[in-house]
Design a protein around this ligand. Structure first.
Ligand code: NI
Length: 443
């Protein structure tokens, strides 16, 4: 009997400890997330669904309440005497970065069927100082920031083939009241959020421009700059013996680097121990030198895709030499090494290109058409259906669909016994000696 009682007491003590443990975990995980309020109302002609947080800062709480009341009032007025069902939806997300809490609201108003309006508002505060912060507490040099964002916006429209008007871009990126209301600092850098109706009603998405911390020195306060450091990945000196008698593929990425896709791709390639070849465009390399450095330090091969992606066969010899040599200098400045491989834009080359560049010309024999289809399944299928030993696969690290599609293909092809190597590795393993008078489509 006595031992029974002991067992029960022991059991109870264990139980108490478990409960304390669970509460402790609950308390610590709960601590950072603010309390939130939900307003939900549905009638025959409207639905309102609003969620917002209660922060420790009363001035912010007041602003949030006022903003929400304004939107509700406006919405109710707009739908009065209409008899279709209308919706107002307000939701938020929180970002926590270096003691700064960013509360970003997205307001969706479906009070007019022809133009669903999406609005963004961001409030932020310093958790440690326990006070509201505004952009002036973060940014040191507004005009340089505006220039940077303007340039990024123009790149973004060129890459996406968007017909945004340059005057509107200039106006929307200028540092003035009404602009820069939606900024967030996070691990990627400074994100500036734009909504669809900022530039063109026909463009259906919101989008953000990300400026990495490496470019924000002197532009935002030092204490907010947290730059990622990458170590040299020594696995780049791979023992190529392991690839002898294996089926090999060289995946190649053109037109990058690009923040938001290249960095994710590099993370994923690393997990899979896959090495690729990046043909970088000088303009983008100047924008994101840290990504090129990371490519190189991770054991991938960095080749040239010229400075500004012009069709080389249309240039005179002086321009041609500038396009090639300027990019080679940029890459050398970043990696410490001149690239040896050239992928001419549009695959377009002639004897003049060979002579003046004095580099090895690398083309491809599998075209995923990823820039056109922008569809991960199409990218995947185009690779899977054609891959055979010695192939060179063309992709672009500008699109999320390319990254997702190629990763799916890599996983599948690895199961089938394929290995992924850089162009130089492929040539060495296949005992293929490069010749500058040739152009290489596969090995
Ligand atoms: Ni290209």
């Amino acid at each position: 009997m006595r031992s029974e009682a002991k067992k029960i007491i022991f059991g109870l003590i264990v139980l108490v400890f478990i409960i304390i443990f669970i509460f402790t975990i609950f308390f610590f995980t709960k601590k950072d997330s603010a309390e939130e309020i939900n307003i939900y109302k549905e009638t025959s002609n409207y639905k309102i669904d609003i969620t917002y947080p209660i922060t420790p800062i009363s001035s912010i709480n007041n602003k949030i309440k006022e903003m929400i009341n304004n939107y509700r009032y406006k919405f109710i007025n707009e739908i009065e005497n209409k008899n279709i069902k209308y919706i107002l939806n307000i939701k938020y997300d929180l970002t926590n970065y270096e003691n700064l809490i960013f509360i970003h609201f997205e307001i969706n108003n479906y009070s007019n069927f022809n133009s669903h309006t999406k609005t963004h508002i961001t409030y932020y505060y310093d958790k440690k100082l326990n006070k509201e912060v505004n952009i002036n507490n973060i940014i040191l040099n507004k005009n340089i920031l505006a220039d940077l964002v303007n340039r990024e916006m123009i790149n973004y429209t060129i890459r996406g083939n968007l017909n945004f008007n340059n005057n509107i871009i200039r106006n929307k990126t200028k540092y003035k009241i009404g602009n820069y209301n939606n900024i967030i600092l996070n691990n990627n850098g400074l994100e500036i959020l734009f909504s669809n109706n900022d530039f063109n009603y026909l463009y259906p998405r919101n989008f953000k421009i990300i400026i990495p911390y490496s470019k924000l020195k002197g532009i935002i306060k030092d204490k907010y700059i947290k730059e990622k450091k990458y170590k040299y990945d020594f696995s780049y000196k791979r023992d190529l013996e392991q690839f002898k008698n294996k089926k090999l593929l060289a995946i190649t990425f053109d037109d990058g680097p690009n923040y938001g896709t290249t960095d994710i791709l590099l993370d994923e390639l690393k997990k899979r121990d896959v090495k690729a070849t990046f043909f970088v465009v000088g303009q983008n390399a100047l924008n994101y030198p840290e990504l090129v450095r990371r490519e190189y330090l991770s054991g991938h091969q960095v080749g040239s895709h010229t400075f500004s992606h012009k069709q080389l066969t249309r240039l005179d010899s002086h321009e041609l030499s500038e396009e090639v040599n300027y990019n080679n200098e940029i890459i050398k400045n970043i990696t410490g090494k001149y690239p040896t491989l050239l992928r001419p834009p549009y695959g377009s080359f002639n004897d003049e290109v060979k002579r003046i560049s004095d580099m090895y010309i690398i083309l491809w024999n599998i075209d995923t058409l990823d820039w056109k289809n922008r569809n991960k399944d199409a990218v995947y299928n185009n690779i899977i259906n054609e891959a055979s030993d010695g192939d060179i696969i063309l992709l672009h690290d500008l699109y999320q669909s390319s990254v997702e599609g190629v990763l799916m293909a890599i996983d599948k092809l690895k199961e089938e016994g394929f290995e992924f190597v850089t162009i130089d590795e492929m040539a060495k393993i296949k005992n293929n000696y490069f010749d500058k008078s040739n152009a290489y489509f596969n090995f």
